[in-house]
Design a protein around this ligand. Sequence first.
Ligand code: FES
Length: 56
Amino acid sequence: MYVCLCKGITDSQIKNAIDDGATSLRAIRKELGAMTQCGKCACLTKEILKDQLATN
Ligand code: FES
């Protein structure tokens, strides 16, 4: 599922980045480039981050 349409980033890519140590929104932004354009994906990215950290 695409989370960031501007950059074409999927939830799997975000989860992988989190598993690889990107444990903040800032780190995900730096790693993948999500949230660097319209910013609409920030809310969903935050949810994914929260869920992923809770399950790890
Ligand atoms: Fe991610 Fe626009 S959808 S920056």
